[in-house]
Ligand binder design. Structure first.
Ligand SMILES: [Zn+2]
Length: 100
C-alpha cells in the first residue's frame, strides 16, 4: 500500500489497537485505515522478523469507533482463520463477512 503521508510503498508495523506505523516516514496512524497486503519491499530477513512480530501482536478483535463495538480483526482472521470461531459466534463471523 501507499502511505497517505509520504506516498511511498510501505508495510505497516502493526500496533494492535493503536493503529499502525509507516516504516518509511514513521508516521503513526491511529485511525483505522484500510490496508491490503503486507510487507513488500523489505529484505527477506527483516520481512520475516516483521511478520513474526506483527503476528504476535495481532489481537482477535478491534474496536470499531463508528459502531462502538468490538469487531473481528481482519488480520487475525487472515492469519488465524481456524481460531476465529474460538473468539466469535458464527453469527458475528457471518455478519462481518469472514465465514468461509
Ligand atoms: Zn509514510
Amino acid at each position: 500500500m501507499k502511505c497517505p503521508n509520504c506516498h511511498k510503498d510501505t508495510s505497516r508495523v502493526w500496533g494492535g489497537m493503536v493503529g499502525w506505523e509507516c516504516d518509511q516516514c514513521c508516521t503513526i496512524y491511529k485511525k483505522r485505515v484500510k490496508i491490503d497486503g503486507i510487507l513488500t519491499r523489505n529484505s527477506p530477513r527483516i520481512k520475516q522478523e516483521r511478520e513474526k512480530y506483527a503476528k504476535d501482536l495481532i489481537q482477535p478483535e478491534v474496536y470499531d469507533k463508528s459502531s462502538k463495538k468490538l469487531k473481528i480483526n481482519p488480520d487475525f482472521a487472515k492469519y488465524y482463520p481456524d481460531k476465529v470461531k474460538n473468539f466469535f459466534t458464527p453469527e458475528q463471523i457471518r455478519k462481518q463477512g469472514f465465514s468461509k
